[in-house]
Write a protein that binds this ligand. Sequence first.
Ligand code: B16
Ligand code: MG
Length: 218
Amino acid sequence: MEAFIFDLDGVITDTAHYHYIAWKELAKSINIDIDEKFNESLKGISRLESLESILKLKGREYDFSYEEKVILANKKNDYYKELIKNVTPKDILPGIKELLNETKDKGIKIGLASASKNADAVLQNLQLKDYFDFVADASKCTQSKPNPEIFLMAIKGLNVDPKDCIGFEDASAGIEAINSANMYSVGIGDENVLKEANYIVKNTTDLDFNTLIKKYIQ
Ligand code: B16
Ligand code: MG
């Protein structure tokens, strides 16, 4: 085993709620209402694609030029950046710190493959930055998950063989990306949603280092 590569939102911490508040505020400014159920469909999806999806709710996707959409997406990001100032180490999902410690102790590299351009700031606020040997830069990524690009960037940055890596995701598009990158995939969440994963756990508390290795070598 050479490396563990993690998604951020929904795996390391739950920033989905902050994304939701920020999108809700932005949507309200253009008279669209979104609910928490709809927010589920935005998980793992890039900023501009999320905006498209919100506009499509009301058939408004052709009402705005590309430049106007960029302005709206930036506005959402300004709200979001304000909200993530509240993120502290208390927001690390249960079991993650233990897993990161054990992974480091065993000399396994740790990487991040998040679609979020704010990933670095979130890791800083969680005080987890030092655990990561490589953080893939979402701003240099041209293809969203389920395309494997962001995971392939992490694999390259860590200088490892994908077959010797485990990828962790909470979104089905992310599991698809891990599988396409030829890594072993671990899904965290609903088994009906994450059915393509090689191994699925309900919660981050179920991520036990020895079990993960056992499952991987089976
Ligand atoms: P940003 P992940 C994803 O993070 C979020 O799940 C998704 O809701 C968000 O739109 C996306 O990052 C882009 O984030 O606007 O901060 O660049 O799950 O890939 O860690
Ligand atoms: Mg995620």
